[in-house]
Design a protein around this ligand. Sequence first.
Ligand SMILES: [Fe+2]
Length: 232
Amino acid sequence: MLIKQFRYSTDNLGYLVFSGNQGIAIDAGNPADIIDFAREHGITVKYVTNTHFHHDHTCGNAVLLETTDAEFIDCRKVKAGQTIVLDDGSLEIIVTPGHTEDSVCFRASDFLVTGDTLFNGTVGNCFSGDLKGFFRSLKRLLAFPPETKIFAGHDYVMESMKVAAAIEEDNPDIAVYLQKYTPRLVVSTLADELRVNPYVRFNAPSMMNRLQKRTMPFKTEEQRFISIMEIF
Ligand SMILES: [Fe+2]
């Protein structure tokens, strides 16, 4: 399974995931670029879908569905574990409520499309209000192999590393992470996130110490995640 990233608006990231000559457009906010790329590479856009139903992610759906014969997969109606077959590959839908109740991620063998659930360097706002559910969703993602690549819904790398450096000023991995960053292809791995992203570092001793100093609940990892989300 292959993936092509398309940047649009200020910092949005959309994708064409494809295998053989069949593809799925995910958060295709720039339908013209996706259609051009698919045409150039002989790929048929078989499906159009989204990581969640926020307008900046769904705004390209109508044009893509009008211009191609693609079928729409409504992320608000999918089931956990459902798979999408593209030629000789398949993509698994991971249901990840938290940022919104309808948030989902898509998993191929070596990458995840994470929408606004997990960004490179930070996590999404918890608009659902269910921090415990958000925690369970993030745990679902973090359970995949550490080398799994993360393709997110926005490029927030620079801003999020400023926040990360303000929280953990002594974390040397932040500079390493920034050296690897390029706006031309925004990607990291789960291992990278566990090294620098404060919101998934609920098991890192440095974050645990910071929570303890602030007398925030920190006994369980769920408590630590919620404490980190509440203070930072
Ligand atoms: Fe969103």
